[in-house]
Design a protein around this ligand. Structure first.
Ligand code: SF4
Length: 336
C-alpha cells in the first residue's frame, strides 16, 4: 500500500469516522479477518443489529448485557467492537489496557445523543434525593453521573433491588423507563429520551400485518412505545426475543425491533417465519442507520490498521466503571 494513501486516510479519520482506503475486491475478507484475529490475538464482539456478514465472522454475538459481560472476561489483546460508539466505550471502560477498535467511529446512537451530560447533570442536581439508574445506551459522561447501569435484560431486577420508597431517576430511554415503571409498580422520574428506531413503528401497518398473518405473534423490544407494547404477545430484550422464538411453539412472528436480529432468529429456527415490523415510512423494515454504518470492509480495515480506537480520560473511565461494575455484580447474583 502506498504510504501516502494511508497517511491521508489517517488524517481524514476524524471527518470520515473510518479509514477510507479502497479494499482489493479480490480479497476474501472472511479469510483475511480470520488471519488478523490470530496474528493480533483479537476478538470480535458484535451486536445482534449488525449486518449478517459481520455476525457470521464474530466470535461473540449478543445484546448489550452479553457484550459487556464478554468484554469483561476476554483475554484478547485487541477488542474489535462491531456495534455503536457507546458499546465500544463500555468495552474500553472495562479494559483500559487493551486496544478497543470500532469499524466506524461515527456509528453513534440517537438514544445516547438524546441525553447530553451537561443537561443531565443540571436535571440530577434538581433531584438530589434520587438515585440515578441509566440504561447502558448512553455516553461515558452519563454513566459517570449514574449510580447503576442497566440493560433491557436486567433493568427490572436492578430497579427492584432498590427499596420501594427509594426515589429514582431513569435515563435516557423514556419508553423503557415507562415499561419498567409498569412492571415494577414504581414511579421513576423519566428522562425524555428515545431511540429513533424503536419509536417509528407503524401501528397501522402492524395491525394490517396481524390480519394478513393471524398465526403470527407480535414480539417487541421494551424501547418501543406504549401503544405498540400493549399489542405485543411478548416483550423482551434482544436476547429475550431470540430465546422466546426458539422455545415458543408459534410458527410465525412479527418482530418489532431492529431487523438485524432476524438473522439469528432464522438461523436458530429455520422452519419458522419472521416478519420485520414495518416503520412509519416507505421502508419495509426498520434498520438502525448507526449500526449499519459498520461494514465488513471497515471491520477488516480497523483490524489491520488498529484504528479508529477508543481513547478515554482515566478520571472519566473510573467514574463510569463504578455503575457498570454494580450492574455486573447484581446481574451475576441474579444469575443473569
Ligand atoms: S437501535 Fe436505537 S438504541 Fe440501538 S444503537 Fe440504534 S439508535 Fe441507538
Amino acid at each position: 500500500m502506498n504510504s501516502g494513501i494511508l497517511e491521508t486516510a489517517k488524517s481524514d479519520l476524524d471527518r470520515n469516522g473510518f479509514l477510507d482506503i479502497a479494499v482489493d475486491p479480490k480479497l476474501d475478507l472472511f479469510v483475511e479477518i480470520e488471519k488478523l484475529k490470530k496474528e493480533k490475538n483479537a476478538v470480535i464482539l458484535a451486536h445482534y443489529y449488525q449486518e449478517p456478514d459481520i455476525q457470521d465472522i464474530a466470535d461473540y454475538i449478543g445484546d448489550s448485557l452479553g457484550l459487556a459481560q464478554e468484554a469483561q472476561k476476554t483475554n484478547a489483546d485487541m477488542i474489535v467492537f462491531a456495534g455503536v460508539h457507546f458499546m465500544a466505550e463500555t468495552a474500553k471502560i472495562l479494559n483500559p489496557t487493551k486496544k478497543v477498535v470500532i469499524p466506524d467511529f461515527k456509528a453513534g446512537c440517537s438514544l445516547s445523543d438524546s441525553c447530553p451530560p451537561p443537561l443531565f447533570q443540571k436535571f440530577k442536581e434538581q433531584h438530589p434525593d434520587h438515585v440515578v439508574v441509566s440504561y447502558i445506551n448512553c455516553s461515558a459522561g452519563i454513566k459517570a453521573l449514574s449510580d447503576v447501569i442497566v440493560t433491557s435484560s436486567n433493568a427490572r431486577v436492578i430497579v427492584e433491588s432498590f427499596p420501594k420508597d427509594q426515589k429514582i431517576i431513569f435515563a435516557p430511554d423514556k419508553n423503557l423507563g415507562a415499561y419498567i415503571n409498569k412492571v415494577t409498580g414504581r414511579d421513576m422520574l423519566l428522562w425524555n429520551g428515545a431511540c429513533m428506531v424503536h419509536e417509528i413503528f407503524s401501528l397501522e401497518k402492524i395491525t394490517r400485518l396481524k390480519h394478513q398473518h393471524p398465526e403470527a405473534k407480535l414480539i417487541a423490544h421494551p424501547e418501543c412505545e406504549e401503544p405498540l407494547l400493549r399489542m405485543a404477545d411478548y416483550i423482551g430484550s434482544t436476547t429475550g426475543l431470540l430465546k422466546y422464538t426458539r422455545e415458543d411453539d408459534a410458527t410465525a412472528y412479527i418482530v418489532a425491533t431492529e431487523t438485524g436480529i432476524l438473522h439469528q432468529m432464522e438461523k436458530a429456527s429455520p422452519e419458522k417465519t419472521f416478519i420485520p415490523a414495518p416503520p412509519d415510512n416507505s421502508c419495509a423494515c426498520n434498520d438502525c442507520p448507526h449500526m449499519k454504518r459498520n461494514t465488513l470492509e471497515k471491520l477488516y480495515l480497523c483490524m489491520k490498521y488498529e484504528m479508529p480506537d477508543i481513547i478515554m480520560d482515566e478520571t472519566l473511565r473510573l467514574a463510569a466503571k463504578k455503575p457498570i461494575d454494580r450492574m455486573l455484580e447484581i446481574s451475576a447474583a441474579a444469575g443473569l
